[in-house]
Ligand binder design. Structure first.
Ligand SMILES: NC(=O)c1ccc[n+]([C@@H]2O[C@H](COP(=O)([O-])OP(=O)(O)OC[C@H]3O[C@@H](n4cnc5c(N)ncnc54)[C@H](O)[C@@H]3O)[C@@H](O)[C@H]2O)c1
Length: 308
């Protein structure tokens, strides 16, 4: 699922570096706040936007508006002191059930379309979009599904039967379209559960109490600080074309060994390689090879396990 940018768009191939300006959408959200910090730490100038009013001293500006409003997005991309070079697009409805299915599609697909088309028109050099392992389709399914094979990679066919998963499949497709249309390099990061602090503690407690209840997320997780580092790498690593990249921790959130969990909960899934101990059930090869990304924040070293 990688495409090369058309020839003659070389100017668009330069990665972002210190001094460049990046627009972070969804900057008031759980991941967005950390992305603002990771970008500022790398010397990038940040315009942080969200539809809810918020303040962030680290940002050069915090315009408030809706990403489905093309004029608003265009004004953000022009920047207060010159054009924006990259976009980290995190604004979305992050799970099913928060709003109607129609609204989820509208926010996540039309929103991505507007951001990516405006980025293309304004000569932005890179867009990183927060996708989800939900695009592969198990996480929110209303029925028992199993992956065809494990570890699950980005080429696994989608099995999505929920509208949030569909919205992420379609947002990735909009990114691929924007790469073809504008020669705009796009990176879609498929995140699993993302959390740190109390949010992560709660998730670990739930997984440890009922590992079978988490068979649909394949016990995958990622610390929010690492998710922000992955977004930053998507902006600053040299690359061209369109990429869909799974980014999870290298281990699971569970106490049981991964192969034992798979035998118990996904017995028909084909194991394409051994997964020793608590190895992740998602394949992180692309994240390592394309983004040079390794997670820095394990949970096992940092906190005692919850035993229910
Ligand atoms: N948190 C996770 O576990 C997780 C997992 C996988 C993927 N993701 C994806 O990561 C991204 C960020 O998730 P999050 O957990 O930070 O969500 P969040 O709800 O905490 O933050 C999203 C932010 O986007 C803003 N927003 C939503 N619609 C908007 C619109 N139309 N215009 C402007 N702003 C809008 C919201 O106000 C909110 O501040 C989302 O795309 C989500 O689908 C999150």
């Amino acid at each position: 699922m990688s495409e090369r940018a058309p020839d003659g768009r070389r100017a668009r191939q330069a990665p972002l570096g210190a001094g460049d300006t990046v627009l972070v959408t969804g900057a008031a959200g759980g991941i967005g706040r950390y992305v603002v910090g990771a970008c500022v730490d790398a010397g990038l100038r940040v315009i942080a936007t969200d539809r809810v009013p918020f303040a962030d001293d680290r940002a050069a500006g915090c315009p408030v508006g809706d990403i489905r409003d093309a004029d608003f997005v265009a004004s953000c991309l022009l920047g207060p002191d010159g054009p924006v070079a990259g976009v980290a697009h995190l604004a979305a409805i992050p799970a099913p059930g928060q709003v109607s299915e129609e609204e989820t599609l509208d926010q996540n697909v039309l929103g991505s379309f507007v951001v990516l088309q405006q980025a293309g028109r304004h000569g932005v050099r890179r867009v990183v979009l927060a996708s989800s392992v939900s695009a592969f389709g198990l996480a929110w399914a209303d029925r028992d599904l199993s992956p065809r094979y494990v570890p699950v990679d980005e080429d696994h066919p989608t099995m999505a039967v929920d509208c949030y998963g569909l919205s992420k499949v379609l947002a990735e497709e909009v990114a691929a379209f924007s790469t073809r249309r504008w020669g705009l390099p796009t990176v879609c990061l498929r995140f699993p559960f993302v959390g740190t602090g109390d949010r992560l503690t709660g998730q670990l407690a739930r997984v440890h109490e009922d590992p079978g209840g988490h068979r649909r997320d394949l016990w995958a997780w990622l610390d929010t600080r690492d998710a922000a580092r992955a977004v930053r790498a998507g902006l600053t690593e040299p690359l061209s074309g369109h990429h869909v990249i799974s980014v999870s921790a290298d281990d699971t959130s569970a106490l049981q060994p991964t192969e034992e969990l798979l035998r118990a909960h996904h017995p028909d899934s084909r194991l394409t390689r051994r997964l020793p101990a608590h190895s992740a059930a998602f394949d992180n090869t692309r994240a390592r090879e394309i983004l040079g990304f390794r997670p820095h924040h394990p949970w096992r070293d940092e906190r005692p396990p919850h035993t229910g």
